[in-house]
Design a protein around this ligand. Structure first.
Ligand SMILES: Cc1ncc(COP(=O)(O)O)c(C=O)c1O
Length: 370
């Protein structure tokens, strides 16, 4: 690969090949549903989401469709959830979380408390201590192929978190958007939803397409009324043609086919990043990647004073990276910083050779910094 090559590890997006493959299916699908549902999807309505899609999702999770709210993407429904909490609530998040969620929660005045992660999931001792000593309103966690740490929680860890939340009357939110996207040949289990919760949030961004923008959240029955009012006052109805398209995509069996295809397509890319990480940066990441879109890297030799120069040098070498400090809640920042520069890498959009090339360039650049 020539010196002019470059890679931008910040681009956590689906591969172009994946989206190109969707073009005829989306063109056909949108036309079909607009002809089929007509003004029902062109008019105001279905404030909590297109009813047939809510019913399909409810079937996946074995719950009443009333509890399913489908919106314009995962981030939107999570944001609406944060908006539905009293202002200045205390929210527990992981020691590194999805940065946009963290920033958004703070827009509503919420105070984030980060808890440590282990390769099994949340550090339960610390979690219990935090819930005992603070009036916590909610917990937000990403249990499958966590963004950005790549950690996959064990079922026992998830259940222990749910129990602790229940005991302390804390709304437990699992963002399961990477649950179907496992590439190591195994399948993730599913999370059981009961009357009380947990709340599940998910998205079709990475399984269908980001441009179609569709995500959902499942809330306890007694939260539906309050939540629906927040939604109706924010954006009235969601994008209904998209939701009708996704419902048809699922019903026709194409969604399942597409997820199966993605698992095969992204595997060599994931393998390339795993190999590059263990070859060039052993011990600088918590677990091998098994799915999802992201992996973290801690560069212990890049201290705060060298950070800007290192990122610039990487850029000159053709490698786009950035510090991932926005992903780290304030109470965890000092300790994370002490370990070195924390970055988030992504792999699905790049061919394996490019990933290998980019990671060796990153290694060479890091070595120059001593
Ligand atoms: C954990 C997590 N949740 C939600 C989203 C955003 O989903 P959407 O594009 O549907 O808003 C992302 C996107 O990267 C994500 O990583």
């Amino acid at each position: 690969m020539s010196e002019k090559q470059s890679i931008n590890f910040l681009r956590g997006v689906p591969a172009e090949e994946v989206l190109s493959r969707l073009i005829p299916l989306a063109a056909e699908g949108y036309e079909k549903v607009i002809r089929r549902h007509g003004t029902d999807v062109l008019q105001y309505g279905h404030f909590t989401g297109f009813k047939p899609l809510r019913e399909l999702i409810a079937g996946w999770h074995h719950i009443d469709p009333e509890r399913v709210i489908v919106g314009n993407g995962g981030l939107e429904v999570i944001s609406l959830f944060f908006k539905s909490l009293p202002r200045e609530s205390v929210v527990i998040v992981e020691e590194a979380t999805y940065d946009r969620v963290a920033l958004d929660a703070q827009c509503y005045g919420h105070r984030l408390i980060g808890v440590k992660l282990t390769p099994q999931g949340v550090d339960l001792g610390q979690f219990k201590e935090v819930v005992s000593n603070n009036a916590v309103a909610a917990f937000y966690g990403i249990p499958f192929h966590q963004n950005p740490t790549a950690i996959n929680y064990t079922a026992d860890n998830r259940r222990a978190v749910e129990r602790a939340c229940r005991e302390h009357n804390i709304l437990c939110v699992w963002d399961i958007c990477y649950q179907p996207l496992r590439y190591d040949g195994k399948a993730n289990d599913s999370i059981e939803v009961s009357e009380w919760g947990p709340i599940l949030a998910s998205s079709f961004t990475k399984t269908v397409s980001p441009g179609t923008k569709c995500g959902y959240i499942i809330v306890p029955k007694d939260y539906v009324g309050h939540f629906s009012a927040v939604i109706a006052n924010t954006r009235i109805n969601p994008n209904l043609p998209t939701q009708a398209f996704i419902a048809d995509f699922i019903e026709s069996g194409r969604y399942d086919e597409s997820v199966k295809y993605l698992r095969g397509f992204y595997k060599p890319r994931m393998d390339a990043l795993n190999t590059a990480l263990s070859t060039h940066f052993p011990g600088a990441f918590p677990v091998p990647i098994t799915g999802g879109f992201f992996a973290p890297l801690t560069l212990s030799n890049i201290s705060k004073d060298k950070e800007a120069a290192f990122i610039e040098a990487a850029k000159e070498a053709g490698v786009g990276i950035a510090a991932a400090w926005d992903a780290v809640p304030a109470n965890c920042l000092e300790e994370t910083r002490r370990k070195g520069l924390f970055v988030r890498l992504t792999f699905p959009a790049f061919e394996p050779e490019r990933i290998q090339w980019g990671m060796s360039r990153l290694k060479e650049t890091a070595e120059r910094f001593g």
